[in-house]
Design a binder for this molecule. Structure first.
Ligand SMILES: Nc1ncnc2c1ncn2[C@@H]1O[C@H](COP(=O)(O)OP(=O)(O)O)[C@@H](O)[C@H]1O
Ligand SMILES: [Mg+2]
Length: 233
């Protein structure tokens, strides 16, 4: 049976994905700071809002005001969607680990269900992981969270920072195994010097064929644009 597709709203990326993310997937968007992970998350939700889908953005990093302002700079009006109760935007405090863990573990899955959310973004799983004291706890928490999110029927994006010494691995080296898909954003020195080139590739995407090519992308005043027609290597 063909899987349903959830368009990311980034045309070139949807082309690489043969129409969009497989429905109900949990996809990790990983890259170093400034590569556009939060923007990918917002653009994904904006695409959902356009289609009338209830959406949820959970931030452990930027506060609500900063997210709303960043989105506005791309021409995306979050306040309107929040007022209409089509978008739930939540800031959780990484410094208050106990409350944040409870809210994510037990309240979030229930809320996603009752809100009827079709799209969820958690920014970032690296900060969530920091709240646990060891890898076993991190692994089991992440595994449970992913199971619960899958059971809601929503399609989820998790963002993650990469390791300093291995930009192909998330900082904790865990979420890429639990997730159904992994998108890698990188900023690479151009060989001729000067311009830094941003590139995207799909490292993993269960239950679908996809492009394995490395494609350049830009962050413009309208959001992320993947140049699917161009090749990097
Ligand atoms: N309105 C905008 N127009 C063009 N580029 C932008 C705009 N807003 C942000 N950017 C670019 O996007 C980068 C940050 O993207 P962001 O999604 O916050 O990255 P990350 O979450 O990976 O740290 C900025 O450093 C800047 O280069
Ligand atoms: Mg970010």
């Amino acid at each position: 049976m063909a899987v349903g597709r959830v368009r990311t709203g980034i045309d070139g990326l949807d082309e690489m994905l043969q129409g969009g993310l497989p429905e109900n997937h949990i996809v990790l968007v990983m890259g170093s700071f400034g590569t556009g992970k939060t923007t990918v998350g917002l653009q994904f939700l904006i695409e959902g809002l356009k289609a009338g889908d209830p959406c949820i953005f959970i931030s452990l990093e930027e506060d609500k005001d900063s997210i709303t302002k960043n989105a506005a700079a791309f021409g995306w009006n979050l306040s309107e969607a929040i007022e209409k109760k089509q978008l739930g935007l939540f800031k959780l405090e990484p410094s208050d680990a106990k409350t944040t863990i409870t809210r994510i573990k037990s309240e979030l899955p229930k809320f996603v269900k009752s809100f009827g959310a079709k799209r969820v973004v958690l920014d970032s799983v690296s900060l969530l992981n920091m709240m646990f004291s060891d890898d076993n706890e991190r692994r089991s928490n992440l595994f449970n969270l992913c199971q619960l999110l899958r059971s809601t029927g929503a399609t989820t994006l998790l963002t993650a920072e990469v390791k300093d010494d291995n930009p192909r691995s998330s900082r904790d080296g865990l979420a890429e195994y639990t997730a159904d898909g992994v998108l890698l954003l990188q900023s690479e020195e151009n060989k001729e010097g000067g311009e830094v080139q941003l590139t995207i590739r799909i490292l993993k995407m269960r239950r679908t064929a996809h492009s394995r090519r490395v494609k350049p992308y830009s962050i413009t005043d309208k959001g992320i644009v993947v140049h699917a027609g161009a090749d990097v290597f």
